[in-house]
Design a protein around this ligand. Structure first.
Ligand SMILES: C[S@@+](CC[C@H](N)C(=O)[O-])C[C@H]1O[C@@H](n2cnc3c(N)ncnc32)[C@H](O)[C@@H]1O
Length: 365
């Protein structure tokens, strides 16, 4: 029997999530929609939790048509929740994601004006889902927070269609267990994973992030390039400390029971306006430079932000690739543009730019 699943994604990277699903053999992609990739999986297993470019993965329990703007829609949703096989789906999610049975929680969202609110949807559906499972339903109404370990259901309503689905992992996939320490402006891990994928790291020798912050790009890159030499610099010693701590956690949990791989990535304090590496010694750069919004450039970049690109050009081998998250489409001197992907992230619309270093000079004339 096939199970329909949906991977939730940052707006803009849905096709990259679909590609990861196909590459990892997780199922057959049935549709790519706004912030969602629908796919069919023969036997949902723990491999679903390895999906790195997705924000979350859910098993689809019901697709309900005819959901209008009036409160009658709540009765329709409650009926659909009563009729679906919550028990089998919960068992499947438990096998796949190892979630405990601490009750039922529901999180709802909808598009457009309606004569009911999200809590009305959640309570209508949640009570019906909990009953056959013999579990308590934990409402979110009045700011209440469901206890950890509840099975998490999601209802999305768009136009006249509602989807009721059950989250597979204990926490949303984007909340990486390694990332317990952070810095302002830190990168969303699934976007970092998508950037690493775009950099085609399979044949990379040395990969650099000259403004590494909490280390997200390189920690995500290591999953694709365990063979590569990974180097992260930041001008802020606190960021370097955070990156190293996150990496230790990432590679310790991945090697449970064995000694941690603490030297998987080399971290150091350095100014990206003068990168302490020889000319042409780097094959790939992954970078999310300071944009002066959440994080201001410091050191040599404060007066001359363009130095970053001249330094990247200097240390990168000819033909080497940069994948950068920048506020606008951007072509620094000495680079060609391979691809630009616009994202919607925290209410902004930055782009992921894939740049190739050309043989020419990296200086503006
Ligand atoms: C947007 S954050 C990077 C976030 C990072 N990708 C992450 O996942 O946490 C920009 C980083 O650039 C660093 N930075 C600012 N000026 C710098 C400079 N001159 N050299 C190196 N790093 C710099 C900041 O300290 C900050 O950590």
């Amino acid at each position: 029997m096939h199970t329909l699943a949906v991977a939730r994604a940052v707006r803009g990277i849905e096709p990259l999530v679909a590609a990861e699903i196909r590459r990892a053999g997780l199922g057959v992609v049935r549709g790519v929609r706004h912030r969602e990739v629908w796919f069919e999986t023969a036997e949902p297993g723990p491999e679903l939790l390895g999906l790195r470019t997705a924000d979350d993965v859910l098993l689809v329990a019901a697709v309900v048509e005819g959901i209008g703007r009036d409160k009658e829609a709540l009765g329709r949703l409650a009926r659909a929740a009563r009729e679906l096989d919550a028990e089998s789906l919960t068992k499947l999610a438990l096998q796949t994601g190892g979630r405990g049975g601490g009750g039922v929680e529901v999180s709802a969202s909808f598009v457009g004006r309606r004569n009911y609110n999200r809590f009305d949807i959640e309570d209508a559906v949640g009570a019906e889902l909990a009953r056959p499972l013999g579990m308590p339903y934990h409402s979110r109404r009045d700011g209440r927070v469901p206890p950890e370990g509840s099975t998490a259901w999601r209802v999305t309503v768009e136009g006249g269609q509602a989807v009721i689905a059950l989250r597979v992992p204990v926490r949303p996939l984007h909340r990486r267990p390694y990332k317990t320490e952070s810095i302002p402006g830190t990168l969303h891990p699934p976007v970092a994973a998508a950037m690493a994928g775009l950099a085609r790291l399979e044949r990379a020798g040395t990969v650099l992030d000259p403004c590494c912050g909490a280390g997200t790009t390189l920690i995500e890159a290591r999953a694709l390039a365990p063979h590569a030499r990974l180097i992260g610099f930041d001008h802020d010693p606190h960021a370097v400390h955070v990156a190293a701590a996150n990496a230790t956690r990432a590679f310790t949990s991945a090697h449970a029971g064995r000694s941690p791989v603490t030297d998987a990535i080399a971290w150091g304090v350095a100014d990206a306006g003068r990168i302490p590496l020889p000319d042409g010694s780097v094959d790939r750069v992954l970078v999310n430079p300071p944009w002066d919004r959440q994080v201001a450039p410091s050191g040599r970049l404060r007066r001359d932000p363009g130095r970053l690109w001249r330094e990247i050009h200097r240390v990168l081998a000819v033909g080497g690739t940069v994948v950068a998250l920048v506020p606008e489409p951007w072509q620094p001197p000495g680079f060609g543009v391979d691809r630009v992907i616009r994202l919607t992230l925290s209410g902004r619309h930055p782009v992921v730019a894939v740049l190739r270093r050309s043989a020419g000079r990296g200086r503006a004339s």
